[in-house]
Every structure is written in C-alpha cells, then in structure tokens.
Design a protein around this ligand. Sequence first.
Ligand code: NAP
Length: 248
Amino acid sequence: MTHVSGKTALVTGASRGMGRAAALALGKAGAQVLVHYARAAEEAEGVVAEIAAAGGRAQAVQADLSAPDAPFALARQVRAIVGDRLDILVANAGVSKAVPIEDLSVAEFDSLFAVNVRAPYFLVQQLLPILGAGSSVVLVSSLGARAAVGTLAAYAATKGAVDTLVKHFAASLGPRGIRVNAVAPGVIDTDMSNFARTEEGKTFVLGMQALKRIGQPDDVGDVIAFLASDAARWITGGIIPVDGGSKL
Ligand code: NAP
C-alpha cells in the first residue's frame, strides 16, 4: 500500500515512459503531482487529465533541463505552486545515446551529463529549502551503471554519477529527515529503449533477464511510488534494481 495522500510531488520527464507511470501511480495514491515535461506539452496535459479524472490533483510544468539555468527556473515554478513544502521529488527526466565509443561528439557527451546529472543535482539543491523532514527524493539510475550493456558508455557514466549522488545526498540529507534513493531499471518498453520493440532487440533483452518478458513503465513507476511513500521510510541511500533480474 502506497501512502502519499496529501503530499506534493514533482516528477520530471512525466510526459512519457517511466516518469508518466510514476506520476500516475503517485496521483492515484493521493499525491498532488506536478507533471514536468520539456517538449511534449500535449502528452503532459494528458497525464494531468488522467490524474484529474481519477479524482486527483495535477498540473503541468515545463523546462528544458539541458539549459544550465533550467533547474533553477523549474524550482521557482514549483515553489510558486506548492509553496513551502515539497514532499516528493522524482528526478526522472533523461536522455540516452547508443553509439560506438568512436562516434560520440563532445556536444553529445556534454548534453548527456547536462540532463542526466547536472539537472538532478541542481534541482535537489534548489528545492532543498522546501524539502523537509519526511521528504523523499528518487533519482533514476540504470542497469547500465553496473553492467556493460549495449553501446552506452557515456550514458552509463551519467548513471554511475547518479549512483554516486544518491550516496552523498542520502548521507548529507539524512540528518534532516530527507531520504534519497534511486531505481535502476533494466530495459523498459519506452521511446528511449525502442530497440526492444524489434524481434532482435527483444531476443537480446530476454536473453539477459531472469524474468522472460519486456519490462513496462509501470513496473518501475510503482517502485518509484513505493520509494516516495512512507512505506519506504527506513530505506535511504538505496539503488534498487528494477530489471526483471537482468545480468544476474
Ligand atoms: P522517455 O520515454 O524517452 O521519456 C523521457 C522523458 O524525459 C520525457 O518526459 C521527456 O520530456 C524528458 N526529457 C527528455 N529530454 C529532456 C530535457 N532536455 N529536459 C527536460 N526533460 C527532458 O524515457 P524513459 O525511458 O521513460 O526514461 C526515464 C528515465 O529512466 C531516464 O532517466 C532514463 O535514462 C532512465 N532509464 C531508462 C531505461 C529504459 O530502458 N527506457 C532504462 C534505464 C534507465 P518530453 O516528452 O517533453 O520530451
């Protein structure tokens, strides 16, 4: 049972994929959800409408997190809406680039780190004044941070950095009663991992998993909602694999 009734939540990258699933799970469990997106306004409004239709409260917020000042602007938007208390921050928005080592440009490398590492760091920093005792931060890592899967070296390095942030944030913020964890999804059926929608991709993915189906966004969204809830009150500094037993 997820207990988030009456809590306020920001989910970044909530227009699609796992962020969408997390926003819907939190909304269904009673949280007021800020549904963040970069470009997909229509999809984000669809998530807001779905939460509202189920009797919940939600609102869309926009920011392109590849820009250095975007986490600061997003934090200001969030504070203008929720006031002085944010209970749940799910820093999920991310980008990936599957490419051989030789073919990645400096601009692409920097863009991966900007969205996947810099943005969550400064979002946590800028929202700290309104994250109080009992708040929960959930970051999104990846199977790629612990295993060499695909041609994802730079992307995987961003997720290694996320794992490091989880430990440092959890240690620093624990005394204030703020918990910080991450989920580490395996291959999930989203736009980002659309190769798993091909027969060849599906065979590759199932070959490395104990459970023989392709993971779905709500397989991860439900775990994010659990980590955000008081049911996970004694879990902090954790990086929880949500991968159907990948690369065991
Ligand atoms: P997705 O379906 O591609 O959705 C990405 C989300 O991030 C969208 O809401 C998108 O917003 C947002 N986003 C992208 N670029 C952005 C930017 N520059 N600024 C702000 N928001 C931006 O992704 P997903 O597969 O659900 O992935 C969610 C998280 O899980 C990511 O951190 C990803 O690295 C991680 N992950 C994914 C997998 C997988 O197999 N899919 C596995 C492990 C970890 P718009 O819709 O507005 O563009």
